[in-house]
Structures are given as C-alpha cells and as structure tokens.
Design a protein around this ligand. Sequence first.
Ligand code: CA
Length: 334
Amino acid sequence: MREQYLRSSPITATVDFGADGVQHGFLRLPYSRDDSAWGSVMIPITVVKNGEGPTALLTGGNHGDEYEGPIALFDLARTIEPADVRGRVVIVPAMNYPAFLGGTRTSPVDKGNLNRSFPGRPDGTVTEKIADYFQRVLLPLADIVLDFHSGGRTLDFLPFCAAHVLPDKQQEAKAFGFVEAFAAPYSMKMLEIDAVGMYDTAAEEMGKIFITTELGGGGSATRKSAEIAKRGVRNVLRHAGILKGEIDARSTEWLDMPDGDCFSFAEEPGLVEFLADLGEPVQRGSMIARIHPTGRTGAEPFEVQAKMDGVLIARHHPGLIKAGDCCAVLAVRV
Ligand code: CA
C-alpha cells in the first residue's frame, strides 16, 4: 500500500451513502484559486437507496466532451423513484466536472485526463484527487460499474456497449451479460490501446463488474444516441435486480477487437477523406482513408490501409487530421 493511501481524501460528500431515499448533493473538492480563495469544485452526485441489495455506480463525463452519459444520468437522477429500487444507485453524471464544464476531454484546471489518472492521489492535482476518491471511496461501494463514454470532439463511434476480456472468466462472463442487457445496437469485446491508469482497470482489478460504452462522438449527442444511453442504463439496473421492470431487450450485434491491427494512425497531417463510413465492411489491404496534403496542389495523398478484414467502428472526427491521430478503428463480427 502506497504511503499516501494513508491520507484521507480532501473530498467530502454532502450525501449519506447509507441513508434510504433520494439525495441530490455534491462531492465537494476544496480548490483554492485566484477567483475563490477558499473555493471548491462541486461535483453533482445522486444517491438512491431502498433497503438491502446490490450497488450500481453510474458515471459519465469521465471525459468532459462526451455527452450521452451525462444526458442519460442527469435524466435518471431526476426521475428514478426509490420505491422502484432494491439496493442502491450512485449517480455521478460528470465525473471530471471541470472538464465537463469546459467542454474538453481533459481538465482545464490541470490538464488531467481522469481516465489515465487512476489510482490517483489524495495530495495530487484536482483530477488526481477525483480519481483517488473513486478508487478508495466509491468503487469499493459498488457491485456493478457503468462508465459512459463516447468519441468526444476527435472521434466518432458506432454505438456500442463494451466490456474487456479479463483473466477472471467468471467476472468477464458477468460483465458481458450486462453488456447484452444494455442492448446497444452493437456489443463489443473491447481492446484498449493503453489500459494503464484507466478507471476501467481500477474497477476490474477490484473484482467489480465493469462495463463501458462508446455511443457516438463528434462532441455532441444525437436523439438516437441519447435514447440508447437512457434505455441502456435502465436495462443495466434491471439486469442487476436493482430497478423494477422488464428489460427493454433489443437485438445487438457482437463485435470483437482481436489485436492491435484494429487501430490505424495517421502518419501525415492533412485533409482526411474516408472511403468507408461507420458500420461498413473493409478488407485487409484496402484503403480506409486518404489524407490529402494541404500545403500544395498536385501532391499525392497518404493512404491509410486496413490491416485486417473488419467493419469500421470508429473514425477521426474533424476534417483535418494530424500525424499520430487515431484515424480509424476496425472490429470483426463475432
Ligand atoms: Ca472517452
């Protein structure tokens, strides 16, 4: 155990996690700064509890420019009835609240990427303090964790719910059961580019059932993607036996990301032209996109080729791309 773990978190909750009923409050994180000497970051939180039962921890805004999660969770927090609950639901619609308010992936306060900051530090930056509070206070309360993501301003995704392939096959099977219950149009066995410091990994290493989503992107939400999120979160609570009512089951297509050949990165900057749209099939060796040089006319485009047969599940979002940007992600139909 690291020494700083002996320190308590500076965050205080204005809600009582043990009390029955609905409570809307805050995680208050002291943040002394120029415009507020003894000020705080006030992260909205809702706790709904009714007797004994499992606990679901529901989060959005881990990245501040992804909106389906916050839409679904602000909606759920406002409408969920304790009488329909058995157990407890902890809702944090915008985990990295400064990033959410800034409309940015990382925090404008400290540039912290919350999903690369776990386990965090109680004596660290604002973002590290948020991570530490989830690591040591909220995750230990949870049986099932749902963390909403979307592509944000620089990626766009086919809408899917996902879980990871895990060493503990029982834990993995339960997580995929929750993915199926979420009932997004697509369900994913997800591979991460770099899992170090992720909330996902922190929850999974604690033995929690962890599921996540990618529901769209481009820095906004659509009617369809918001509906998928709102339906999915209630389905997950019903599958857990926490929320009354029948699961609104929909057909879902399972996809797998078998290895690093899924990812294609831009090696030149320029103007990106996709030759496949999201959900369309591509063949190994075929061109997924052309990146046109923008400095002069007459120059040949850089070609982004598929390294495997698959379906396009994510693409770079704005029209211009930089060297090193993730250009395209493929998955295979299971
Ligand atoms: Ca994200």
